[in-house]
Design a protein around this ligand. Structure first.
Ligand code: ADP
Ligand code: MG
Length: 244
């Protein structure tokens, strides 16, 4: 799977710059976390990757495929980016069974019906819920719904997984379990993952590398040990919870 290369990504809302030309590269198969306090620009970065927001300037590429580049006016729409997304609110369609929920992204991508059944089964199997495919979301626990949202993001075999605070609706105990489980699935699949959280512990426990963000800037991009042992600035140190 290819690297994700982000160059000089800037986003203005009205006159307000919320991302200041951030650049970073995510390696093939990496669990890469955007960590920082509320409002620092994590979700905006993810939305630009997903194509839900158009950057004011800069470029994003996955391998040799350019997804967005202001200098050539290139913009690939979300459904053509082959990225899987899970948000904080799982946003499953309540009037559809799990199988029907997973069929939606396949229909959008015009995957033939004959192939859908196997893909849906395999994706639900990855999250241990293949036996519940005919249930409706309200018949599941919060933890199970979160797994279905992940299965729905995986059903079309995306190149990259984008996860925006996917565990924050779970209570502390479930969150701990989900953390271990999600990390294991990610490394089994070897899928490049961009993970968003404001929780330092979660970031330190799960990530291959962490980008610490503040006010639309990236303060430090490094593996967890390095962030923890050698924070680049006092602000990083304060956010990680120890002083320089
Ligand atoms: P985070 O995910 O780190 O909490 P966001 O990326 O959601 O932060 O937001 C970064 C900043 O951009 C915040 O100040 C937020 O209010 C602002 N913002 C986000 N989305 C919009 C929008 N659609 N319109 C205007 N301002 C926005
Ligand atoms: Mg956010």
């Amino acid at each position: 799977m290819p690297d994700v290369v982000v160059k000089n990504l800037r986003k203005d809302f009205g006159g307000n710059t919320v991302l200041h030309e951030v650049s970073f590269t995510i390696k093939d198969g990496e669990f890469f976390t955007l960590l920082g306090p509320s409002g620092c620009g994590k979700s905006t970065t993810l939305s630009c990757l997903a194509g839900l927001e158009q950057p004011t300037s800069g470029s994003i590429a996955v391998g040799s495929t350019v997804l967005v580049d202001d200098s050539s006016n290139k913009f690939v729409p979300p459904e053509e980016r082959n990225l899987g997304m899970v948000f904080q609110s799982y946003a499953l369609w309540p009037h559809m069974t799990l199988a029907e929920n997973l069929a939606m992204p396949l229909n959008i991508r015009k995957v033939p019906k004959a192939e859908q059944k196997t893909l849906i089964h395999d994706a639900l199997d990855k999250v241990g819920l293949a036996h519940l495919s005919h249930r409706y979301p309200h018949q599941l626990s919060g933890g199970q719904q979160q797994r279905v949202a992940l299965a729905r993001a995986l059903v079309y075999s995306p190149k990259v997984l984008l996860l925006d605070e996917p565990l924050s609706n779970l209570d502390a105990k479930l969150r701990e379990q989900a953390r271990v489980w999600l990390k294991r699935l990610q490394s089994e699949l070897g899928i490049t993952t961009v993970y968003v959280t404001h929780d330092q512990e979660e970031a330190l426990a799960m990530s291959d590398r962490i980008a610490v963000m503040s006010g639309g800037n990236m303060l430090q991009v490094a593996p967890p040990e390095e962030i923890y042992e050698r924070p680049a600035t006092a602000e990083v140190a304060a956010f990680i919870g120890r002083s320089n």
